[in-house]
Design a protein around this ligand. Structure first.
Ligand code: NAP
Length: 266
């Protein structure tokens, strides 16, 4: 009996934290792992640490800053020239920046929302039928507690990817104009970036289903990484396992939000 073909997984922000641990776990399960990171030196070190007899890690990490459209285009060109396919895409890279102003809002959305959107669009030609896309989101992206007017806009069944991107840009514009509170936005760019990511999954899932590609959002829980801090309740192994669950789905489910393999509220 022949063994199933090796699946290739590409992970963003794979040089440390949850991205690195997700890479380690998937390599251990026999995936061919493509490490990407904005700092290539750090990525090389990460790839070297993962390389082992049971692991299949691409020897050369791919430089990728998801907040930079030029970097996304260069990575996509490189992958088109070198990789047969990207069976699984894990959009893990993210930031939670200190402070709150229009600049912070812009940078947060560029990394946490527009990064996954642009990278997924750029790599779609390399994702085959049967492919899997995971958006690493957060329970902070729940709609509960959001202003009713905004909730209605994020859950509008007629929402498109373009309209969602406009809504996210409106958040930044409202922060810049000092009117975000009166428009119902919270003073947290991180939260809105993940609300947007969850909405993106719902908007995109039916469209991708036509190509037999699934897309889900996953929450790793509150994890002891540089972002989560030392007092977080979960180990990086446990948090990454929640991401790995999403990355190892095949064919179904799609359009959902999950933690530890269980559906959670948007
Ligand atoms: P982390 O330890 O701070 O690591 C973040 C990773 O993202 C790093 O590899 C970082 O690379 C990378 N990154 C940041 N901006 C990037 C960019 N523009 N382009 C490419 N890579 C970039 O955070 P983490 O806890 O592992 O978080 C990973 C994901 O889980 C994030 O999406 C986060 O929102 C989500 N999450 C985390 C928690 C938690 O409690 N930790 C909870 C819910 C959700 P550099 O080394 O270059 O900075």
């Amino acid at each position: 009996m022949s063994s199933p073909p090796t699946r290739t997984v590409l992970i963003t922000g794979a040089n440390r934290g949850l991205g690195l641990e997700t890479a380690r776990q998937l390599a251990g399960q026999g995936f061919h792992v493509v490490i990407t990171a904005r700092d290539v030196g750090a990525a090389r070190q990460a790839a070297g640490a993962l390389a082992g007899p049971a692991a299949s890690v691409a020897p050369l990490p791919v430089p990728l800053d998801v907040g930079d459209p030029g970097s996304i285009a260069a990575a996509a060109d490189h992958l088109r020239a070198t990789a047969a396919s990207v069976d699984v895409l894990v959009n893990n890279a993210g930031v939670s920046l200190d402070g709150f102003d229009a600049g912070i809002a812009r940078r947060t959305l560029d990394t946490n929302f527009f990064g996954p959107l642009r990278l997924t669009e750029a790599l779609l030609p390399l994702i085959p039928a049967g492919g899997t896309i995971v958006m690493v989101s957060s329970g902070m992206g729940e709609l509960a507690g959001l202003d009713e007017r905004l909730r209605a806009r994020f859950t509008d069944p007629a929402l498109t990817r373009g309209a969602l991107a406009e809504l996210m840009n409106a958040f930044v514009a409202d922060v810049a104009a000092g009117r975000h509170r009166e428009r119902g936005w919270p003073s947290s760019a991180y939260r809105i970036s993940k609300v947007g990511l969850n909405a993106l999954v719902r908007v995109w899932a039916p469209e991708l289903a036509d190509r037999r590609i699934i897309v889900n959002a996953v929450c790793p829980g509150w994890v002891r990484t540089d972002m989560g801090g030392r007092t977080a309740s979960r180990s990086v192994e446990k948090g990454a396992a929640s991401i790995v669950w999403g990355a190892t789905r095949h064919g179904e489910p799609t359009g959902g939000f999950f933690r530890d393999g269980r559906r959670i509220d948007w």
